[in-house]
Design a protein. Sequence first.
Length: 677
Amino acid sequence: MHTLPRAWRTLNTDFPNYYMAARLVHEGYDTSRMYEWAWIEREKDHRAVDTRVIGLVSVTPFSTLAAWPLTGLTPLTAKHIWILLNLAFLIPIGWILRSITGLGSRRVALILFLSFPLHRNLLYGQFYVLLLLLISGACFCYLRRHRSLAGGLLAVAAVCKVFPLILFIFFLQRRDWRALIAGVTTGISAVVVSIAAFGLNAHRNWLQEQLPWIMRGDWLGAYASSASISGVLHRLFLSEPQWNPHPWHNSPLCYALLAPTLQMLALAPAILLIRRDDESKERVLLEWSALLTASLTISTIPASYTFVLMVFPVCVLAAILLRQRRYGWLAALVFAYLGIGFPVSAPSRPLGLVFLLYVPRLPLMMAVLFGTYALMWNRRRESGSTKDWSRYVWGVGLTATVILSARSTLRVQRAERQEYAYRVPLQAQGFLSSGPQSTADGIRYAAFTFTGYHLVMENQGKVSADSSIDAPYDDLSFTSGYGHVLVERASSSGSQIVDLNNPSEVVIEDAHEPMLSEDGQTLAFVRDNHGRGRLMVRRRLESSNTTEVALTPIQLNVYEASFLSEKEYAFSATEDGHLPQIYWTDAAHVNTPISLEASRYPALSPDGRWMAYSHLDHGVWNLWIRNRASGAIRRVADVPCNQIQPAWESDSQTLLYGTDCGRSVWFTAVARRKVIP
């Protein structure tokens, strides 16, 4: 009565994320750039998907295929079907839980519908009810000795949301090779299907450029009030000029030591207490519940809807406590379960240790987890134990993992914070500030907020926006010079380039990434065809001549470019699924790739001597510069975070660029660095 009417009439996050990715595949689009915030926002705007912002960070490509059968419907209608499917999934979930735990139907239904995360799943159109069905079904099949099917179902869950991979430790510890082999085979098959649908580059991007950030907790809500160990430690020990300027104790060392240690202390008992010699149903359910609860406890992205998965371990624990007549502990379990799911509002920036008062979910999760461990330990003592030397191997391996992780985390956090010295202290930075460009009046950039993307001009703390927060479009790219401010405005009508001197008149239809030539008479831009970009040019901007010429062949998928004239420009592009590289074009219009390996974001200096660009190394994009005369290259910085979208200032010595160091992946702030003495 409370949730369904709201869920039914609103198309809010997160269902549009899954729907949009699946629809692009359905329409035959090149999806190699779907993890880029502005790119996916543009495609969303073109299809009039009625949600203000969209993004796919942390979402695996394969998981979005669940929405593929619905892409022929309008977004809101597709969500209606998805909600009905989720409600239908509750029937087999309830039957499975009743069957494996022995709880009555009413008790299982009560546990399900007292789950506030279930309401959030329905409201947001999230994925976790289906995930609960897959995990519960895998456990049910294992207990019925359908081991291959159990491994296959769990593999599908793991390809959708990575953390169920931890449950494969159960098969490994119990030496259940049939389930393990079936899981690996199914997982590989699912990945092959996903690559066939989305292409290799989208998966390479997710694996190399997204997953490492997610694993270490540098995701969308790194400093938010969350139930994750990494989130709490981020807030307490790591500074960030905009998001967390006053941590309780600014110490990357404390964070590096505590984060892997606490996570491993939570996970290790779930692994070490697995007993291969005890095949009773209660033991299997306890071990399954412990691994699932531990994976949620150490997860770096524990959004509220994730905890609908706690229905499984709570049903298991409630059934055991009822059989043992431990009604006091049962009451404590009910209290913890309600507390885990119940939302707690927090001030935007609670200071110091007061922050801990706003994250009750984490200690409650720890309480349920260690209560599960206590039941496992008591049962171990009652039934006796046999020597299992694999526990010692696991102990050594887990200890080594903590040491290596602490070392790596300390190196990353210290290196990222070196970049803070180059941050520009802008007043109106959103979650993401992209494409910064220096002008005679200050710095102009596109700011991403919950109301969309807006072009912002800032000069010595004075901020002016070039579009209203209520505008029905997004300002996604722009250029300025010679009295013009040309901006791409993406909406249901497509991407239109307009001049802010006369915003009611469209300069170019179906175009983005505008670039003015050195003399201000020629406009270059990128035009997409099914997600593949092509560099175009229009001559004599201020005349009535509207002749457009393609500068790149159709087989190249152009990402971005730097344009001085028709005889002098550079662009980054991919061909046949390879990594992007930079091409240079001279007066002969020969698109020659420069031997820079994986590279993007070319920026030609005004004096014609240099080209700045970003090079992909160990999963991050760092700034380099190239002498155009000699071809000599030099690295500007070596940091474990992204430095992208460089733009030269008028002195041809200083770069403005976007950096996500200390922030979330691709959530860039503006930095300035002098790179030429």
